[in-house]
Design a protein. Structure first.
Length: 132
């Protein structure tokens, strides 16, 4: 199914940064990431995401690649569940993207498209904590 908003997400987001990495991040394309020890890494369940990885660098020791991380504005992300547009998103188990629904859930984005597990959808990156 076509995602109308997804088609309008810019390729070059002004709210992105290029971070050198010597790690293979190809499995994290369009998933939340953070920085630890100067390297871009996946995010643990319930932790705060710095942003969303928008490319698939295959860095290796001594062979750095550039990781493009969007930290504000529009981005693309893969969902791991059926989620309606307008829902808050958080990091689930195994660096997946699931809906934030519980009090004190830390969210990193709001989805702009309806989607199911495996769908690539448009999101606006906003960070916060849900409260009852």
């Amino acid at each position: 199914m076509s995602k109308p908003i997804l088609q309008n997400v810019p390729l070059n987001n002004p709210f992105s940064m290029a971070i050198a990495t010597e790690t293979d991040l190809s499995a994290l394309l369009y998933l939340p990431v953070t920085v630890s020890g100067g390297e871009v890494v996946g995010v643990s369940e319930g932790a705060t995401a710095l942003g969303i990885l928008q490319n698939a660098p295959k860095g290796a020791s001594g062979v750095p690649q550039t990781a493009d991380v969007v930290f504000a504005g529009l981005a693309k992300v893969y969902l791991d569940a059926t989620i309606a547009a307008g829902s808050y998103l958080k990091v689930g188990a195994g660096n997946t993207v699931v809906q934030a629904t519980a009090d004190k859930d830390i969210y990193f984005a709001i989805t702009l498209d309806d989607g199911e597990a495996g769908d690539l959808v448009a999101v606006v990156i906003v960070q916060g904590t849900l409260s009852a």
